[in-house]
Design a protein around this ligand. Structure first.
Ligand code: SUG
Length: 416
């Protein structure tokens, strides 16, 4: 059995919009009320997937969730008099950011030798807290083979869990045993600390991880204040490498020491504040990148286009590529529609280390399937959504029909 890392990207749903729902997420707040372009957003996501499929030879996806969420509308006593934020929550396409779908512990790390997945409860934000039951439904299908996978229920409230966005894994190769690092926030600041320490510890226990191979680290409260609402806005890990901003953790050196104690081969690529300020890192999402091991074993960093447009960030990237560190290539991709809601290339994917043959093939991409998905998006996804459209019956009908068309093409009608 060959274990590889598969990126499961979230297909951007037809109700993608800018309602400014995420307190502490600067992009979401600053684009509140803008018109959105769901068709362009979804096509940007497919183009990113195609690039990684070509680079890695394997790519997965998860589907948009049913929107508007009628159950949530009922719970909210939706009658047309509610405020705009409450009206928008059941329409959110936020499941596109599959880094928040679940925390994943690959088989080599767990006591029973299966890959464990825990859907994130996302309780801090109403529009995200509605995701997990429908996310779990997909995980139960995609990873139904219980010889290889265990899909858990979510962490109970009130412990906030935001999934893989606050989880990093260090290993010599993806198929080898790893050290799992959980990054949590301490509440009490201006913005919510969305990942709670007790949620991280609960997930580690539920997954049967060896306590010697787990590290729990506090996020820098100043980073949360500056808009790093998830750790993956300021750090990303792959195999032996931690690519991080110098102000990511509450105790930066202590964090490196703690990881190194469990994983001595750790290689840190730290970007100093003098090269890229914390604010510029958060604005450009330099760290919300996919750090990939290519078939020749070199590493490439897939960053948002915004990084190339920033003088300081791009100067850093060019000097990094000219040096002899582990990251040899920096490749910009256009995910601007997602970026405007605070979701970069890393937010859009959930990493699962497994044998592709054990995954339901309907969730795996190939070029022909990408063509079919693009055709459905081009034909059925709304071109534009204005904030005033949210709540309209006509838009609801279009969004429901668009998702249904995609399920049909992918032969996943059981998700209706
Ligand atoms: O949870 N944005 C998402 C972005 C998630 C990014 N994910 C990671 N960093 N892994 C969030 O804040 C904006 C929705 C709105 O404003 O309508 C939003 O939910």
């Amino acid at each position: 059995m060959s274990l590889v890392e598969i990126n499961f990207d979230g297909i951007v749903g037809p109700s993608h919009n800018y309602a400014g729902l995420s307190l502490g997420n600067i992009a979401s707040a600053s684009h509140k009320g803008d018109a959105s372009y769901p068709r362009a957003a979804a096509l940007q996501g497919i183009a990113k997937m195609r690039g990684n499929l070509a680079r890695l030879g394997v790519q997965g996806f998860l589907l948009p969730l049913p929107r508007p969420n009628v159950l949530l509308q009922q719970v909210l006593a939706y009658d047309g008099t509610e405020d705009a934020a409450l009206r928008a929550a059941p329409w959110s396409a936020s499941s596109m950011w599959t880094a928040n779908a679940a925390t994943v512990s690959p088989a080599p790390d767990t006591a029973d030798g299966r890959c464990h997945l825990s859907p994130a409860n996302l309780v801090t934000m109403l529009h995200r807290a509605q995701e997990w039951p429908d996310t779990k439904r997909q995980l139960d299908i995609a990873f139904a083979d219980s010889r290889h996978f265990a899909v858990h229920g979510p962490v109970p409230p009130t412990f906030g869990d935001e999934g893989a966005a606050n989880h990093m894994r260090f290993c010599e190769g993806h198929g080898a045993a790893g050290v799992e690092v959980f990054v949590y926030g301490r509440p009490g600041g201006r913005f919510p600390a969305r990942q709670h320490e007790q949620a991280s510890r609960l997930v580690a226990r539920a997954h049967g991880l060896d306590p010697e191979k787990c590290v729990f680290i506090e996020q820098n409260p100043a980073a949360i204040e500056a808009g790093a609402f998830h750790n993956d806005v300021v750090s990303v890990a792959n195999e032996r490498v931690l690519f991080t901003h110098a102000e990511a953790f509450a105790d930066q050196q202590g964090a490196y020491d703690a990881i190194r104690a469990a994983f001595p081969a750790l290689e840190v690529v730290e970007v100093p504040s003098s090269a890229v300020t914390l604010q510029e890192a958060i604005r450009t999402y330099l760290f919300n990148a996919q750090l990939l091991t290519l078939p020749d074993r070199s590493m490439a960093l897939i960053v948002p286009e915004e990084c190339r447009e920033s003088a300081s960030v791009w100067a850093y990237c060019e000097s990094m590529m000219a040096g002899n560190g582990p990251i040899r290539q920096v490749i910009p991709v256009d995910v601007r529609q997602s970026m405007a809601n605070g979701g970069g290339p890393a937010c859009l994917r959930l990493r699962v280390v497994c044998d592709p043959a054990t995954v339901d093939p309907r969730f795996l991409l190939d070029e022909a399937k990408a063509d079919r998905i693009e055709e459905v998006i081009g034909r059925t996804w709304p071109e534009q959504i204005d904030p005033a459209d949210i709540g309209s019956e006509a838009l609801a009908a279009q969004v429901i029909a668009a998702r249904a068309a995609l399920l049909t093409v992918l032969e996943l009608e059981e998700l209706h």
